[in-house]
Write a protein that binds this ligand. Structure first.
Ligand code: NAP
Length: 525
């Protein structure tokens, strides 16, 4: 009998994306309401560190708060000090000695089991995201569907890399190229795809044979604690994933510079990514390797709307790309670049569309936009809105909504110059700058005028413009006549150029190579 531990790629069903739930369906709607009630009953629980499978409580805690109602504590995690961070790295180094000896197929079996269990608990995880980071139901479900996709996809990728790799035959020799893991890794995810990115980064590292310390975002540590427990439940051995929540500024440098850490897998802001890259480049005493850094960072993504575009479709795409999950996606549209002949009509239609957006507690599925993630984010976005009002014409929004919770109106500022602050810096909130372009050449030049290069979209019916943008629009993920968000695992491998990061292409078939090294073995026959 074939067990899940020794399946080959040919024996598993081809990868298919998980379908996102339609909460208009009354059965799913009722089930989600039940999940919200169940998860609400568990809010406030305490979560320890997990080092070598041991659960360790520390005195210092991090409280995860519901951004829709910060008086509600979603959970409390122990916070790792430098001592525990060191202990976690030691534990990962010890566990590596046995974990690396498993075959890729054996390690893939853990990911398949984790995907299955996550699928069964999907709505509970959805509900947790509603409370922990303020996602609407569809956004939360999209995040967990993507997490399941990453587990399934990287499991299949591991099977593929475990198969004989093509090398050119040579008479008199037997030659092989095999992929082996790197060692101990630091996994440092952001809070915004608190399920998908955190699980995807962790799963890719461990299925490749590495062991890790997982330092979750302080804004989304509870979902990471749940996932670490889920991995233990499916039998991932102690020490393979060590869980060390802690403030990035307190233990981040230690993890990054530790001589036993072989690689850092980071997703987050440009500022933190660049710091990690710089620190990791300097070899430490006792360090035997060049650390590998995978750093996926920020974006300042544009949708270009040409005069020949389907205007209704473009307005819709800009609205959902700019304001879905409150604009807190690295792929969010934060600049609409619109050709002059349709500019006024576009702005008028966008204003009408944005007026339909509902803002409020995402526990209620009628609300399209929930809160931004925390108080510091609210203050920073408000500063950009203020600045933006001196840089353009406020069309929609601009104000905080209510006093409890970090709610903001969807905000559109038109007539913004291409080099204005709000056209250049990542705001990471529901703020859209609308920029007028003289013509297509001008639009392309504006689209490429930031330091980032993550996603971009072009609305046009002109094949020549599409052909031109294929070459000239300098972004890692380029879309035509569709929104700039919603990349699917396997379908749209994801990652950006320039200051958007190392273009790792998460969810693509090169991704696991970032966590492995090739070994060529030749034998005279
Ligand atoms: P962030 O503030 O840079 O934090 C990301 C992670 O780094 C968190 O776990 C954080 O921990 C940790 N960290 C902070 N300072 C550190 C340090 N000195 N050393 C090591 N780790 C440190 O980013 P974020 O606010 O969580 O996420 C939003 C950003 O992520 C945006 O810029 C967005 O564009 C980007 N993003 C990019 C992609 C992509 O694929 N390119 C995808 C998603 C998000 P603490 O929480 O404890 O500070």
């Amino acid at each position: 009998m074939t067990t899940t531990a020794d399946r080959t790629l040919g024996e598993v069903a081809p990868f298919r994306n998980e379908r996102v739930k339609d909460f208009k369906d009354s059965a799913d709607r009722e089930a989600m309401n039940a999940a919200l009630r169940a998860v609400k009953g568990r809010l406030g629980a305490q979560y320890p560190l997990v080092i070598n499978g041991e659960r360790i409580e520390t005195e210092k805690k991090i409280r995860s708060l519901n951004p829709a109602d910060p008086s509600q504590i979603v959970g409390v995690v122990s916070s790792a000090s430098r001592q525990e961070a060191n202990a976690a790295i030691d534990a990962a180094a010890r566990a590596f000695e046995s974990w690396k000896r498993l075959t890729l197929a054996q390690r893939a079996s853990y990911l398949f089991k984790a995907a299955e269990l996550l699928r069964r608990r999907r709505l509970e995880y959805d509900a947790l995201l509603v409370y922990e980071v303020g996602k609407s139901w569809p956004e939360a479900d999209g995040d967990i569907a993507e997490a399941i996709d990453f587990l399934e996809y990287y499991a299949r990728e591991a099977l593929r890399y475990g198969e004989p790799q093509p090398v050119v035959p040579l008479a008199g020799e037997h030659n092989e190229l095999v992929y082996i893991p790197l060692g101990v890794g630091a996994v440092i995810p952001p809070w915004n795809f608190a399920g998908a990115i955190m699980m995807g980064m962790t799963a890719a590292a461990v299925v490749s044979g590495n062991t890790v310390v997982l330092k979750p975002s302080s804004d989304a540590a509870i979902i990471a604690a749940w996932f670490v427990d889920l991995l233990a439940e499916v039998g991932v051995p102690p020490g393979v994933v060590n869980f060390i929540p802690g403030s990035g500024s307190e233990i981040g440098d230690l993890i990054v510079t530790h001589p036993q850490v072989r690689f850092i897998s980071f997703t987050g802001s440009k500022e933190v990514g660049l710091r990690i890259n710089e620190l990791a480049a300097k070899p430490q005493s006792g360090q035997k390797w060049i650390k590998r850094v995978v750093a996926e960072m920020g974006g300042k993504d544009s949708i270009v709307v040409c005069a020949d575009a389907d205007l209704a479709a473009a307005v819709e795409a800009v609205a959902v790309s700019a304001f879905g999950f409150q604009g807190q996606k690295c792929s969010a549209c934060s600049r609409a670049i619109v050709e002059e002949p349709i500019y006024d009509e576009f702005v008028a239609r966008l204003k009408r569309r944005v007026a339909e957006i509902t803002v409020g507690d995402p526990e209620n599925p009628e609300n399209y936009m929930g809160p931004v993630v925390n108080e510091a984010a609210l203050a920073s976005i408000m500063r950009y809105i203020e600045k933006g009002q001196s840089e353009g014409r406020l069309i929609s929004g601009g104000k905080r909504v209510g006093e409890n919770g970090y709610f903001l109106e969807p905000t559109v500022i038109a007539d913004v110059a291409p080099d204005a602050t709000i056209a250049q810096e990542e705001i990471f909130g529901p703020v859209l700058a609308v920029i007028k372009a003289k013509n297509f050449d001008d639009a392309m030049a504006i689209a490429n005028n930031t330091e980032f290069g993550l996603t971009g979209s072009l609305y046009t019916s002109d094949e020549a413009k599409i052909e031109r943008a294929r070459g000239d629009f300098f972004v890692g993920n380029l879309y035509f006549n569709r929104k700039s968000t919603g990349a699917l695992v396997g379908v749209h491998p994801f990652g950006g150029f320039n200051m958007s990061g190392t273009d790792s292409k998460a969810g693509g078939n090169d991704y696991l190579l970032l966590f492995m090294q090739g070994k060529t073995i030749s034998r005279k026959v």
